[in-house]
Design a binder for this molecule. Structure first.
Ligand SMILES: [Zn+2]
Ligand SMILES: [Zn+2]
Length: 266
């Protein structure tokens, strides 16, 4: 039982301390977690500054809980790295300068527009709301290498006013295929982000059929993440996630140490 995506108070939208996250992880029976606070460098104007302000303090706090929970819970030092094409050098420097175990590459912006805000959808019909986002992912993961898994493939879906129909996972299919192929070629993984299940679509990010496709194309690395921002979300739908992974053809889940994968049988 692993949860490889969660935010502490080092994220402006996180409401739990790392210690509280760890206690909750123990309580719900997790064996290992990665703390992955937001690192979106140079975000366009937003309601939050999604960036760890004190990276040294962040690493120090993770070391502290790592030590404190020894024997009870493995704690890994991660970040959720928000990619934008003009910040990729700064992003890469982070993994050189800090001893991170795990990096999620996430896209929270399309040309400076965050799908969290309605304006993203005002200028796009349903199809374009998918394809513009996927095109941005494709361009960024082609260019950028210093990450382990791609975060929430269809993040925009959380906020979409268009709903989520039974066939919508196939919108922008060619682009999704291209994204999956880049990940396979580069030896990178996908994230099964269970937070999507809490939204009206009742499907994780991405839909398990997309993970199945990733597996068929030769994808091997997959992590499970709740994207918890508060204590009650830690380990959210973790058991169901293991079933989704099995459905997708994975008989293991991945953990990371020093950015290197290890495969754990499920
Ligand atoms: Zn995210
Ligand atoms: Zn997140």
């Amino acid at each position: 039982m692993l949860d490889y995506h969660m935010h502490s108070t080092f994220s402006e939208d996180g409401t739990m301390t790392m210690e509280e996250a760890c206690w909750q992880a123990v309580k719900v029976g997790l064996k290992e977690i990665a703390i992955t606070d937001h690192m979106d460098i140079d975000l366009p104007e937003n309601i939050y500054a999604f960036q760890i302000k004190d990276m040294y303090g962040y690493m120090k706090e993770i070391s502290k809980v790592k030590e404190q929970f020894k024997g009870l819970l493995k704690v890994k030092a991660g970040i959720e790295l928000g990619l934008q094409d003009w910040t990729l050098d700064q992003c890469a420097a982070l993994t050189v300068n800090f001893p991170l175990d795990f990096v999620i590459a996430s896209i929270h912006n399309v040309n400076g527009e965050d799908p969290y805000f309605r304006v993203y959808f005002n200028s796009r019909d349903k199809e374009k709301s998918y394809t513009d986002y996927y095109e941005t992912i494709l361009q960024l993961i082609e260019e950028y290498d210093d990450f382990n898994v791609l975060g929430h493939l269809d993040y925009f879906r959380r906020y979409s006013p268009y709903g989520y129909g039974p066939e919508d996972r196939w919108i922008g299919k060619d682009l999704v295929e291209a994204i999956l192929k880049v990940l396979v070629r580069k030896g990178k993984g996908m994230e099964l982000n269970t937070s999507g299940f809490a939204h009206s679509s009742r499907q994780p990010h991405p839909h398990p059929d997309i993970l199945k496709w990733f597996r068929e194309l030769g994808g091997e690395i997959v992590t499970i993440g709740s994207d918890a921002h508060s204590v009650e979300e830690v380990g959210y739908e973790n058991k169901r996630a293991l079933e989704w992974l099995k459905y997708a053809g994975f008989d293991y889940v991945t953990s990371f140490t020093d950015m290197k994968p290890e495969f754990i049988k499920i």
